[in-house]
Design a protein around this ligand. Structure first.
Ligand code: UD1
Length: 457
């Protein structure tokens, strides 16, 4: 078989994605897109951060709890959101998108079974299990997919829902949950062995429509949990304590329509702040929540990257000619977020001095290291610890993005490297970043997407 390649410079693949059928090579993210980055450009100007992917996915699942139309604002435009839209549509939800405002009419659900070909592509799709079970008394959701950053079990989700009175079986890769006593779950005390974000979200949503009180102990405290509780409460749920380790939910009969704005994406905010820092630039990052990125700002201050708070929702990264290395350990919120570990490592690769990065949440989240090493970084990995000796410069090279946040690490490294970096595996980036290359171009970065379409001859 001979493969012919058609190279189309600068096509916005995200717009292409919206128009293709599920399962086609491009819509499933298999197109051979690359990002060509000419490094060494000083960035300037300002960038506006989109709504949080992880929050929007949970809120979209949460719309299943309600039988009236809900509206979400500030929904980012990215592949995972389009996948979740397709999953909800397959369940009978009528979804209407108008820019970043999306309406969900879940009044006539037609199915309690999520399609495997959609769910298998994204971890966040598993969020539908709790709300679907709570609303319909039954749900069938295939085991989720997503980034290959570790084994990512769902035992905490399952045990939590079992505590609420669900019968749960896992057969042929599908999780099948049924409310024992007919239609409604029953409030209970749930202790999470570890503060899983997804399990907290699934159990919290399920408990909103359960009979009586549910208490989640050792709950995750991430801003996305607080946002989901805010959305559920806006629909009439009674949730207290979100953002702490103890969440108390009084079950209600039903929820009502609401209009709600998704929080800014703290990982996207961190990515742009790091892009400014690594290119020794001064840029303004707008529409952020400063308290959500406090662990990042603390580390930037520690290593000597200057910034100024311009307003409660914007921050100016100041040009810093040099900065020091530091040690980082990823932890559940309010610790340093695992999702920012890889892009922060690109920054540390160019620091004065040594750094140690310890990844405590996911066992396979150093896949960007081999690629950064190809660009001249001096990084050694032992188990879940990466030891980084800062180097004076990186050199552009062809590199492969292996997961969502690794793609951000490589783009950031490419911006600072000498010469051309060609990042492939862009389907990972498209899953979670809203128009990343357009926003980078807006800051003056010299990068362009190249689509290589394959055709058999
Ligand atoms: C969410 C985020 C992801 C982020 C992560 C940690 C979404 C869509 N994704 O993922 O970007 O990196 O939080 O902040 O919101 N675990 C179990 N059993 C379970 C569930 C989790 O052992 O049932 C383990 C996981 O393997 C992992 C740790 O708990 O080691 C944290 O996972 P969790 O907080 O659940 O992350 P996600 O919700 O999958």
């Amino acid at each position: 078989m001979i493969l012919r390649y058609l190279v189309i410079e600068g096509i916005a693949i995200s717009s292409v994605l919206g128009s293709l059928a599920p399962g086609s090579a491009i819509s499933s993210g298999l197109a051979d897109d690359v990002l060509k980055i000419q490094g060494g450009k000083i960035l300037s100007g300002q960038v506006t951060i989109s709504g949080a992917k992880n929050s929007a996915l949970a809120l979209m699942a949460g719309t299943l709890l309600c039988s009236e139309t809900c509206q979400l604002q500030n929904v980012p435009s990215l592949v995972d959101i389009r996948l979740m839209t397709k999953i909800l549509t397959a369940l009978g939800v009528r979804v209407t998108t108008n820019g970043d405002v999306v309406q969900f009419d879940p009044s006539h659900l037609t199915s309690t079974e999520a399609p495997y070909e959609l769910v298998s592509k994204m971890r966040g799709s598993f969020f539908i299990l709790g709300p679907l079970l709570a609303r319909m008394g039954e749900a069938r959701v295939p085991m989720p997919g997503g980034c290959s950053i570790g084994s990512r079990p769902v035992d905490l989700h399952v045990r939590g829902l079992q505590s609420l009175g669900a019968d749960v079986t896992i057969e042929h890769g599908v999780v099948h949950a049924r409310a024992k006593n007919g239609k409604r779950l029953v409030g209970a005390s749930v202790y999470l062995d570890s503060p899983s974000v997804g399990a907290t979200e699934n159990i919290m949503m399920a408990a909103t429509l359960a009979d009586g009180e549910t208490i989640i102990e050792n709950a995750a405290q991430e801003p996305e949990i607080v946002d989901l509780a805010g959305f559920c409460n806006a629909m009439g749920a009674k949730i207290q304590g979100a953002g702490t380790h103890r969440i108390v939910i009084q079950g209600v009969e039903k929820l009502h329509a609401t209009d709600y704005r998704v929080i800014p994406d703290r990982v996207e905010a961190a990515t742009f702040i790091l892009a400014g820092a690594i290119t020794r630039s001064t840029i303004l990052v707008n529409q952020i929540n400063l308290s959500h990125i406090a662990p990042i700002l603390a580390k930037l201050k520690e290593i000597g990257i200057g910034y100024e708070i311009e307003s409660p929702t914007s921050l100016r990264v100041m040009r810093s000619a040099s900065y020091r290395g530091t040690d980082i350990e990823t932890l559940p919120h309010p610790g340093f977020p695992t999702d920012v570990q890889s892009p922060f490592m690109s920054l540390l690769a160019l620091a004065d001095g040594n750094s140690v990065v310890t990844e405590t949440l996911f066992e396979n989240r150093f896949m960007h290291v081999a690629e950064l090493t190809r660009m001249g970084a001096d990084i050694k990995v032992k188990g879940n610890v990466a030891m980084i000796r800062g180097v004076a410069s990186l050199s552009g090279a062809p590199v492969i993005a292996t997961d969502l946040r690794a793609s951000a690490a490589l783009v950031i490294a490419g911006l600072a490297a000498d010469g051309e970096t060609i990042v492939s595996g862009l389907h990972h980036m498209d899953r979670g970043y809203d128009r990343l290359e357009a926003k980078m171009q807006g800051l003056g970065a010299n990068l362009i997407r190249t689509t290589i379409a394959q055709s058999n001859a």
